[in-house]
Every structure is written in structure tokens, then in C-alpha cells.
Write a new protein. Structure first.
Length: 199
């Protein structure tokens, strides 16, 4: 009888142990936690690019019925390299103003004049960049994402994206790499002394 009781107790203990193992197994991964496909990342990247306002500065525009409108074939290609650079007003800067051109692709301030970069998939844009370079440019403000390079000039708001999740950076990068290439070599920044040489 004692042997049967010990056997019965052992069977109950094993059953309880197995039951607790089954109950304590990790929950299955939710849909939100699953890795996104490349296509899903590109869709997310397009959403992020449009939401955080990349077109505001990086896309040339023309005046439409509702104000400046992105020129579709030049989207995200930066300040047009073949466009003459208009003369900025030194008096406006002396009076505390910052300036921007009519399509928001060129900016003048105490740093001189900066031009929005080409971020299309063309080699004159980010076509030859690695994802790591892109991350450094976006989140650390490094020119071309290269260690030891100069910092990106205003109004590039890299500090706003310093803590962006890696998946979001990847999504933006993949979307930009999927854009139509636009060949456009953006002018180099103009330093304050060269911007107003007679001042």
C-alpha cells in the first residue's frame, strides 16, 4: 500500500511539474513584434519620411494653387545644383533674421549658407552609402555619415533623431534607397566670409 501511495504521489508530482512547464512557456510573439519584411520596411520608411518632413527641405518645389508643391521628378534631390544661388541680404542677418529661399532648399544664418542634400538613391545622393553611414548622418549629424567629417549645418535637426529606433532608421534608409535616382550635385556650403566678402 505504501508503495502504491509513493507511486501515486510521484505521478502527481511529475504531472504538476509538466503542467507548470507548459503554463510558464513564453507567450507566442505578437504580430507587432515580428520582424517586418523588406516591403513592409519600405512602406514604413515612406510613412516616416513624409511624417517627419524630409520633403520640406530636401525636395525642390514650384508654386501651386496652395503654395509650394514638391516637383515629383525632383523629389528628395536637394537644392538643384544647376540653379544660380541668389544673393542673400547681409542687412537681414545683422538685424537677427535667418533666411531661406522660396522652395526651402537653401538657408542662410550665422553659419553662412547651407543647401539641402540629395537623399535619393543616386550616387550623387545616398546611393553609395551604407546603412551605418546613414544612421550617423541622421542621428549624429555627421556629414555623409563619416567619422571625423564636419557636422551637418542648420537646419538639419539631427538632435531630434538622436534616439531614433534602429528599425525606424533602417526603414527610412530602405525607402530612400528605393526612390528613383535623381542626379544632382548639391553646392558646397558657403562660409560667412565668402557669403558677404565685402562686409
Amino acid at each position: 500500500m505504501k508503495t502504491r501511495m509513493n507511486l501515486f504521489a510521484s505521478v502527481l508530482f511529475i504531472a504538476a511539474s509538466l503542467s507548470s512547464c507548459i503554463q510558464s512557456s513564453p507567450p507566442s510573439t505578437s504580430i507587432a513584434e515580428k520582424a517586418l519584411s523588406a516591403e513592409d520596411l519600405i512602406i514604413k520608411g515612406e510613412y516616416l519620411v513624409n511624417t517627419i518632413g524630409c520633403n520640406d527641405c530636401h525636395s525642390p518645389k514650384r508654386m501651386g494653387e496652395r503654395g509650394p508643391e514638391v516637383i515629383p521628378e525632383l523629389m528628395l534631390s536637394g537644392y538643384p545644383g544647376d540653379r544660380p544661388v541668389p544673393k542673400a541680404s547681409a542687412d537681414a542677418l545683422k538685424n537677427g533674421w535667418g533666411l531661406l529661399n522660396s522652395d526651402f532648399t537653401s538657408f542662410v544664418g550665422p553659419w553662412g549658407e547651407s543647401f539641402a542634400g540629395n537623399i535619393t538613391s543616386d550616387p550623387t545622393g545616398i546611393g553609395n552609402w551604407s546603412e551605418e553611414q546613414f544612421k550617423k548622418a541622421l542621428t549624429q549629424g555627421k556629414f555623409k555619415g563619416i567619422d571625423g567629417s564636419r557636422m551637418l549645418l542648420p537646419p538639419m535637426p539631427s538632435a531630434n533623431w538622436a534616439n531614433m529606433k534602429d528599425e525606424d532608421v533602417k526603414a527610412i534608409f530602405m525607402y530612400l534607397k528605393s526612390t528613383p535616382p535623381v542626379r544632382n550635385i548639391v553646392p558646397a556650403p558657403i562660409l560667412p566670409g565668402a557669403l558677404f566678402p565685402d562686409e
